[in-house]
Design a protein. Sequence first.
Length: 254
Amino acid sequence: MNQTLETFSCLRPRINCVRNFFNIILIGSVAIFSNGAVASTPSNNMTTRNVVIDGKALFEQAVNDYFSGRYKEAKLEFNQLRKTDYAGVSAVPAAVNLVAMGQNANAQKAFSRIKKSTNVREKQYAQLWELWLTAKQWRGNDKDLNKKLIRLVNSQNWQPSYMQAIARLYAGQETIDSVFNSISSQGLDEALRKDALTEATFFAGGYLQNVKHDNAAARQLFNGNLNKLNSVSLERPFIDRECAALNKLASQSK
């Protein structure tokens, strides 16, 4: 999940240039978030202006803490943002941060709320996380999991085509290759292509780990794509973490 093209270049080295950070972009309006614009109150413009500055700084700090692995600090900051004009903008990264903390049940509730969004890109991104979290937390047999995933995929609409391919992968209706081929066929510029590739790598890797139980294939996928990915996509910290853990596991098994 990337940010707007205008903020993308300054975010690459450091998260310190956020403006409408998640008003997003991938393929038409991708990475996630809308409602980044801050409203002003005619009767008290100075107060509103101060809130804007504080909210922006707090949002930047929360995002920076997330990418730096300071998830507890980020959670506190995202919680504070609920009382600012950045509440809508921060909803998705706040939910992803909960997953990073291992608070999957709370994250699932947060994504369920986001699924009600009128922003199609935001809503469908939350739906992909619903698939990932369902597989990650599943404690039943594989047959029942597959039925559950198929019901989730078939009951929802998916755009753009690469997101549809990821969803259909979880339903057993696509292959890993077809997911990445769908990205190649989009004709995206380099920044958007890398963001889509990062998103697909994360969710496809999660499918291999949590649905197919094939850590070797997931490790190969993560390692094979690692140098091609966007460093400031929300999924990148998860990929780095899983890649390191799987590489360590493979080394210990030799």
